[in-house]
Design a protein around this ligand. Structure first.
Ligand SMILES: [Zn+2]
Length: 184
């Protein structure tokens, strides 16, 4: 089944998780264009093809209950995959960078509990809200998966022409760094 954008933005995870023994899974391909906060970091976002998409795969479920509890904690697993054009830091041309988000989130009753448990937990811990914007969570995860430095697997530095020495019109930052280290 496929959800509308509006439905993705107002999810009652309890209701999803209650749907079956394994909870509820949703897989869908969503237009990349709706992730505007992610695209704000993309230098040439207009060049994106209209059908660029984010493949999303989420599952909401209750973990097994501990003895005496009627129900275990509520979890949401998020997977999202896409590619965005970034600027290669070596040749300064666009490079398609694959993004992969893969995160587990555990829900607790209050903000205070979430803040306290999030510090020590490997998973993200959030306070439960009856109308959760799952798209915003997915977007947060994708933004965090954007690499600090984008590079082609193999390319030549900007200004480099084969057979000639590289154009030395500006200092190479690594050379400057090496010089600094020597000067110490
Ligand atoms: Zn490059």
């Amino acid at each position: 089944m496929s959800l509308t954008i509006n439905e993705w933005q107002r999810v009652n995870l309890h209701r999803w998780a209650e749907r079956g023994v394994d909870g509820f899974s949703a897989s869908q391909s969503l237009p990349l264009a709706i992730f505007s906060r992610l695209l704000a970091d993309v230098p040439d976002a207009e060049s994106l093809v209209a059908d660029a998409s984010v493949v999303v795969d989420v599952r909401a479920f209750f973990a097994p209950a501990s003895p005496g509890a009627s129900r275990g904690p509520l979890w949401l697993s998020i997977k999202a995959e896409t590619a965005v054009p970034l600027t290669c830091q070596r040749c300064l041309k666009p490079v398609a960078v694959p993004l992969l988000a893969d995160q587990a989130i555990r829900f607790v009753a209050t903000e205070a509990q979430a803040a306290e448990e999030d510090e020590d937990a490997e998973e993200d811990v959030l306070a439960f809200t009856p109308e959760l914007d799952v798209l915003a969570l997915i977007e947060d995860e994708l933004i965090m998966s954007v690499p600090i430095v984008a590079l082609h697997e193999s390319c030549e530095p900007e200004g480099y022409t084969e057979g000639e020495a590289p154009v030395a019109d500006r200092p190479n930052p690594f050379a400057v760094l090496a010089q600094l280290k020597k000067d110490r």
